[in-house]
Ligand binder design. Structure first.
Ligand code: NAP
Length: 333
């Protein structure tokens, strides 16, 4: 979908989007970086409020939902919807409201002066306000099987995919709050949950640990790592290695959930806005970053909820805050 013309990004004209016909336009009211549920929702709200809005989507638009299959928990779809279809519909809805979308990657930003600058490899864009909606990616173990069986038994979200694994044995990798929460949640569906952790002590909070340790459906594999994921059409086996003894064992499973943390996509903002020690954007007030006119929405600042619906809600909130910010800064001019 990326359109390239003599090395410069060309704005798309798809959809009922008269503003998008203005090719190579580089000045906007609002620039949204990222095209997951938060970015597209922010686009819908900003454009609908009358702001000339650009989404720079990256080269693989759609965010994490593009890598999922069926989404059963996004309200409004009685029979569920496929993740990629949901993202295509959000994109089209944003375009219908007038959002310009360019499928290009942001390589740098300059938030030190106004107008705010957002740069791709071939273009320099200017905005009165910027919404960062670049999301986060689940940290991966680094096994080939994670790629081979992604969406075919390997998952990074128990809330999203747990119900697909009824009456099957499942592996959960990790020892933090996410892994324990996911393992406990998955016992509602799975016949057994094998929790594989690289140490003999959990990182998760005491109360969550106790709940999991008392859950008879969870079996703990301490000092252990998953070293191979096997299967044909989908996952059927995980190979575990005890790190201390080097002993290997195989588990017959229907699914494997990786819950070893997330990595927020904030590298390009490092010296421009406040990030915490794990790279998440620190918000000053609701959706405001420490830089005037720069807002954030979704998994790029939210390490707790990480759902499509909460990301969309944060996108809406950021757009409403941008509306207020632009109105107030226009008043003071
Ligand atoms: P986390 O706290 O960073 O825990 C990550 C876990 O994965 C750790 O046990 C770590 O092992 C393990 N790990 C990291 N890299 C690994 C690798 N390459 N291979 C195998 N294991 C690896 O991440 P999280 O659990 O996603 O939680 C993130 C934050 O969200 C935390 O602040 C957490 O408290 C919060 N959270 C809260 C809730 C809740 O309160 N309901 C729910 C979820 C998350 P080590 O322990 O050996 O480092």
């Amino acid at each position: 979908m990326m359109s390239v013309d003599s090395g410069a990004a060309v704005l798309e004209t798809e959809g009922n989007n008269p503003k998008a016909a203005d090719k190579k336009k580089t000045k906007f009211d609002v620039i949204i970086i990222g095209a997951g549920p938060s970015g597209y929702t922010a686009g819908i709200y900003c454009s609908r409020a009358g702001y000339d809005t650009l989404i720079l989507s990256g080269v693989l638009p759609g965010g994490q939902l593009v890598n999922t299959t069926e989404v059963e928990n996004f309200p409004g779809f009685e029979n569920g919807i496929m993740g990629p279809d949901l993202m295509i519909d959000m994109r089209k809805q944003s375009q219908r409201m007038g959002t310009t979308i360019v499928d290009d990657e942001v390589v740098d930003v300059d938030f030190r002066r106004k107008p705010l600058k957002v740069l791709t490899a071939s273009e320099e864009y200017e905005g009165r306000a910027v919404i960062i909606a670049t999301g986060a990616n689940p940290r991966k173990i680094g096994l080939e099987g994670e790629e081979t069986f992604g969406g075919k038994g390997v998952s990074y979200c128990a809330t999203c995919d747990g119900p697909f694994f009824r009456n099957q044995d499942i592996v959960v990798v990790g020892g933090g709050d996410s892994a324990i929460e996911e393992a406990s949640f998955l016992t509602k569906f799975a016949s057994k949950v094998h929790l594989v952790h690289r140490r003999a002590e959990l990182r998760a909070s005491k109360v969550m640990q106790e709940r999991a340790l008392n859950n008879s459906k969870i079996e703990f594999h301490w000092d252990s790592a998953v070293v191979d994921i096997k299967g044909e059409q989908k996952v059927t086996q995980a190979v575990l290695k005890n790190i201390k003894t080097n002993e290997e064992t195989s588990l017959d499973i229907g699914g494997l959930f990786v819950a070893i943390g997330h990595v927020p996509n904030t590298k390009i903002f490092k010296n421009q806005i406040d990030l915490d020690d794990e790279g998440y954007i620190v918000l000053k007030n609701k959706t405001h970053t420490n830089v005037d006119g720069v807002f954030a929405a979704g998994d790029v600042h939210d390490r707790n909820y990480r759902q499509a619906i909460t990301a969309a809600a944060f996108g809406c909130m950021a757009a409403i805050d941008v509306d207020k910010y632009i109105a107030e800064s226009s008043d003071s001019q």
